[in-house]
Design a protein around this ligand. Sequence first.
Ligand code: ADP
Ligand code: MG
Length: 254
Amino acid sequence: MAVLSAAQGRPLIELHGICKTYQMGALQVRAVCDIDLEIAQGELTAIMGPSGSGKSTLMNILGCLDRPTAGEYVLAGRRIAHLDDDALAELRNRTIGFVFQSYNLLPRTSAIENVEVPLIYAGARQRRARALEALESVGLAERAHHKPNELSGGEQQRVAIARALVNDPSLILADEPTGNLDTRTGLEIIGIFQRLNLERGITILYVTHDQEIADYTRRIIRLRDGRLESDEPVAEPILAPSVPADLQPVGSPA
Ligand code: ADP
Ligand code: MG
């Protein structure tokens, strides 16, 4: 997590007046507008809001998959607007892991090979061992050689989390990661996010429609019509069943 040293004393994420407007022929669609937001390293946050309120647009901007049309984004102390596309891709690959609602795994490729993909892009060594380690940390080592269609939805999402994790990111962004899963399986996924957040200090943001799933974070941000509607701490954060109740967050006094 070397990039983080650039952000000492600063929030991991700073958004100032962020807007994203899409040009649709003659029509301008304002997907997000005037977003000011700070997120510190180590936070666990949910993003909620009705369909079309700009959640995915905001996630894509946070993940440097897309650039804002106005405003300033500072990630790990770096002004995104000052980076060219190559530098931005490198920052993204080294800093951020993504998880999607529909898993986005390569279909004819084993779990472990899916997890290796980001390591191939990064030109990393010891890819097999690192991919296996990532699968182990989501409890899926024994499924390493199964293909996605031989895995349940929850298992496929765990492979996707291992893939997001394998480059040792400081930030994981998940767009409706439990949207295709039943409640119990969804909670297993949330439990993995909670452990990664507490044990490794990884900053995690996930989008959800489900208030119950959002209540497993410590902060809930709501969007409406592309604007920030509210931003509030969770009154009584809860742990998923799979998370040990005595787990001490990384960096906390012994
Ligand atoms: P959410 O994830 O909350 O459902 P989105 O961020 O996907 O919302 O979309 C916000 C608004 O921006 C919607 O009105 C949507 O139609 C529009 N939008 C999103 N992506 C595009 C795009 N690539 N081109 C044009 N309009 C878009
Ligand atoms: Mg969306």
